[in-house]
Ligand binder design. Sequence first.
Ligand code: NDP
Length: 265
Amino acid sequence: MKKLFTIFGNPVSHSKSPLMHNLSFQNLNYNGCYTREKLEDGTKLRDRFFDLDISGANITVPHKEEAFKACDELDEFAQKVGAVNTIVKKGDKLYGYNTDAPGFLKAISEFRNIKKVLFLGAGGTAQSTSIILRDAGYEVTLLNRSATRLERYKTEGFKTYTFKSFRSVDRYDLIVNMTSAGLEDDNLPCPIEILESVIEETKACVDVIYGKETPFLKFAKKHNKPTKDGSDMLLYQGVIAFEYFTEHQFRFEEIKKQMQKAFAL
Ligand code: NDP
């Protein structure tokens, strides 16, 4: 019987996930179909999941915290970060996972000799990725426009700065734009003076925004730094979600090979 999957979010019309997963289902001969569901009220996610009679789902902005609450069981990492982007139904229970953070970790693994990482931004994506990076041995510092979002990071022991309090006393091996600055505008994620004070000593720059060259990546390229956008993070979170959806029937590399084709279209 065909298994159904979907992505919940608002908006979802731009999402690449249906294409990524459907191509993989087709080319790996898995009897599955993946759709998209615009969901305005995140508290309705669980009911909607059961109404649609689906086997699994991805969850995107702004419902990852509601998705966390909607699950009966959470894996250890999802529990720790409080955000879920992948749900799988097993029996009549919903199991929640976070594949964004392992996807990001894999995406930056190509950069060698990285220890100190500066995150520009402290929103939802920064939350799970900062924790997985720390668990993997990186030292993460967060710089954010507003002070309020930094409170929880401070409590968790991260070094944090606002634009006003920032002092470039450290050298950062990797700088990551974790904000939405540059997504639908031409903004840098922080004042250019701050970027200028850290760029020379950095080894590489990464943006989590994908499919465009953001002002941040343009700035990094101008300073001759290796860069990458958020496409690999998107690809890898999808591959890991696909592994959960199909109960690890396929190897990572063979899923990756098929899913990647969605980026060439
Ligand atoms: P949140 O809404 O949770 O957080 C937004 C962050 O961006 C906050 O730190 C906010 O700062 C900051 N910000 C927004 N606009 C500006 C600006 N003009 N200047 C400086 N700071 C700004 O967003 P998410 O964490 O969910 O998403 C962040 C980005 O990650 C998005 O661009 C999203 O597309 C991308 N993403 C990519 C994925 C991928 O697979 N490649 C997966 C998930 C997300 P403040 O606190 O001051 O408001």
